[in-house]
Design a protein around this ligand. Structure first.
Ligand SMILES: [Zn+2]
Length: 128
């Protein structure tokens, strides 16, 4: 599998994501990401609400067992109302797909956004 060098967001996709996180704050959001890898960059095309998502304050979870095996799902994004961009141990234990994106309060720009690969490596977030 091609090694990822970064995660790319078209500006309007990132803005939509941050606006949704702002709207849901202080609740945590969890969405699935769909995208395409081009020259090592995973370009996010859209985000989807996972089936059977559970949303509550400070915690969001879903069971990947209920998800169809869908190779177009590239990973997940969830919010950290605490403002931290670091994944928790629980986050790393529930890794789904190839990337985990975290958006942190106050959800203003790509500087409130972090991406991680499955091995916990931080990947650059690119917007265009
Ligand atoms: Zn988290």
């Amino acid at each position: 599998m091609e090694k990822l060098r970064g995660v790319g967001f078209p500006a309007e996709v990132l803005e939509g994501l941050l606006a949704y996180a702002r709207h849901m704050h202080p609740r945590e959001i969890l969405l699935l990401l769909r995208g395409k890898i081009s020259e090592g960059i995973l370009w996010i095309k859209e985000f989807l609400i996972p089936p059977f998502a559970v949303h509550s304050e400070g915690f969001s979870s879903f069971s990947p067992w209920f998800l169809p095996l869908d190779p177009s799902i590239a990973g997940t994004v969830h919010s950290h109302p605490s403002g931290s961009l670091k994944p928790s141990v629980e986050d790393l234990n529930h890794f789904y797909g190839r990337v985990m994106v975290i958006v942190a309060h106050p959800y203003h720009s790509e500087s409130d956004t972090a991406a991680y690969s499955k091995d916990g490596r931080r990947l650059p977030v690119i917007t265009k």
